[in-house]
Each structure stands twice: as C-alpha cells, then as structure tokens.
Design a protein around this ligand. Structure first.
Ligand code: SF4
Length: 328
C-alpha cells in the first residue's frame, strides 16, 4: 500500500555556528520526515543538536548560527527558500513551536489574550467578538479553568503548567500543520507533564498535525511517539518506529541510552548503566565514528570511516559499521 506523502520532509539539513575556535556544525546533514497525524520523537543528550534542529526548521537560528545547506519541505514548499516575510507568514500559520520555558515566549507585560488574538487575526483573519470566542474555546480546550475571565490575566498569574498550556493554545490558534515541541514538559512536575502531553496528543488527533517532539526522556518517547530518531553529536544515528527501537535497538549509543533508564523489567535496586565518557566536542570530532571513544563494541575500522545510516530492518536504520554483524 502506498504511504501518503510526508507533510514535513527534512533533507540534508546542516546548521553551523562560527565560534572563536572555529566552525561548529551543530546539525550535520540530517534527514527525516513526518506524516500528518504522526509524532516523531527526536532524542539524545544535551548538546546533540536537537534544539538547533527545531530552531532551524522554524528558521529562528540567530547569528553566529547559520543554516548552510539542506531542504525543509512543508507540503512540498522549501521553507529555506522563502523570503523573511513569507517565512513570518508560515511561522505560526503553517509551522509552530512550543518551547521548554513558556516565559521566554509569553511577554510578561501583556495579558495572555494578546498573543492568542494576534495569531487569530494574522493567520485566520478573526477579529472582535469572533476572535474572543475562539480564544476562550482554545483556552478551554487547553483545560484552563474560567477561560473567559482568565484571558485578561498576565503570564505571572499562572502556574508553570498553565503557562505551558496557554502557550500551546496560542501556538494552536494558528492551526499549524507542523508543530515542534522542544522539551515542552521538562520544567514541570510529572502530573502536569502527563496532562500537557495528553493535550498535545488529543489536539493532534483532532487536527492531524505532524508533531516533532524534542526530548531527552525516553519514557516520554515511548508513550507519545510513533517514530523516533536518535541524535548523537549533530547526526541522526538511528531511526525506527518507536516499538522497533525499544525492542531491538541496533546502534550501541541507543542501546546505552535504553540501559540507562529503568524499565518494567529492571529488577529493584539493580544499578542502571550510564554510558561512560562524554559527547565529543563538535569542534574536535574524532575521525571515523563519533561514538568511538564511548563505544564498547568499537573495532579498528570504526576509527577510519564514519558510518552512514544503513538498513537495520524494515523502516529501521542505524549508523554503525556493525549493523550487519551484530546480534539483534
Ligand atoms: Fe561503535 Fe564502531 Fe558502531 Fe561506531 S561504528 S557505534 S564505534 S561499533
């Protein structure tokens, strides 16, 4: 059966930062796609390039950062080729982003209704009573109590969890086809985390949004994503449907990540195994495989050639020289 064309297709995206020590490639030639109504989890340790990927898709990378190559196709339109003005129209209308800390996105000087009404006006042409009614509906949908009254409140009058829900409501006001959520629940307690993620899933089912969920939390990925891409030192090193990845990880880095989190079969009091060593500096990458210095399976060939992503099964790819020979 033919799969529908992906709503979002990223091909060969590369983003660099000019630093005093040289050019740092934060996102290095990565490719992935997401279909309407699907969620792709982008996982990896801090500094692996996950957030820079999100900012790159939104074209919000600030100097000295720069997207140097690649394509970001949204319904076939390459966002990287649009003028700044055209991109502003896309941002909020066709593609939106929810950040980790909502206070960086909500202006403390304005009541929460302002960004929502502005989005409704710019992207959906709604004004006056019609816009206000839609703003109330969006806040209700985001489970904000007494929505009509609370439209006039300021961000500091809300808890962290409520602010995040308001931010989601204001991003969804534009009905984006693609939503990027960058660690949307990291700063929140577990109960509120679950509520926010349930809200995103519900809204996705209603609108068919393609969701890129950026997180370091594999539990969040297991419960919320259809597919997953694992990033390491700027590259995608493994990609698979979520169940396949958890049942049969093929890259030693992914295996290490999974061994470092408790699972239902982890015996009580058994110590978890952290991956030894640390991510190499993106300014001084080793030759060959980037995971070389931490890899328990490294072979001489790993120091010579960088492994490309290769098939590790149906819809499954991993960038490791041993994919063909490793036991599953
Ligand atoms: Fe380890 Fe070699 Fe595979 Fe890299 S290519 S992950 S060093 S086995």
């Amino acid at each position: 059966m033919n799969q529908p064309a992906p709503l979002l297709q990223v091909r060969g995206l590369t983003t660099q930062f000019a630093t005093e020590e040289g050019l740092l490639t934060a996102v290095d030639n990565i490719s992935f796609s997401i279909q309407s109504g699907r969620t792709l989890g982008l996982v990896g340790e801090s500094g692996c390039g996950k957030s820079v990927t999100g900012y790159s898709l939104m074209r919000l990378v600030q100097p000295p950062g720069k997207i140097v190559s690649g394509e970001v196709l949204l319904n076939g339109t390459d966002l990287l080729k649009l003028s700044d003005k055209e991109m502003r129209t896309m941002r909020g209308g066709k593609i939106g982003m929810v950040f980790q800390e909502p206070m960086t996105s909500l202006d403390p000087l304005y009541p929460v209704r302002d960004p929502i009404l502005e989005t409704l006006s710019i992207h959906r042409g709604l004004k006056g009573a019609e816009a206000k009614a839609e703003a109330v509906r969006l806040l209700q949908q985001a489970a904000i109590p007494e929505a009509e009254k609370r439209l006039a409140s300021y961000p500091h009058q809300y808890s962290g969890g409520m602010r995040q829900r308001i931010l989601i409501a204001s991003v969804l006001a534009g009905r984006p086809q693609v939503l990027i959520a960058d660690e949307p629940t990291t700063a929140l307690d577990v109960t509120v985390q679950a509520q926010i993620l349930a809200l995103l899933r519900q809204l996705q089912q209603e609108t068919g949004t393609a969701l890129l969920l950026i997180t370091h939390n594999l539990g969040v990925v297991a419960e919320n994503c259809h597919d997953v891409a694992v990033m390491y030192a700027g590259r995608i090193v493994e990609r698979a449907p979520v169940r396949t990845l958890f049942a049969s990880p093929r890259h030693p880095y992914t295996k290490g990540l999974l061994q470092a989190v408790p699972g239902p079969s982890t015996p009580p009091r058994q110590p978890l195994q952290a991956i030894s060593g640390s991510v190499p500096s993106l300014l001084r990458l080793p030759s060959g495989c980037r995971f070389l210095s931490r890899c328990p399976l490294a072979q001489p060939q790993c120091a010579q050639t960088e492994p490309a992503l290769r098939s590790a099964g149906e819809n499954h790819e991993a960038a490791c020289h041993l994919v063909e020979t490793q036991e599953r």
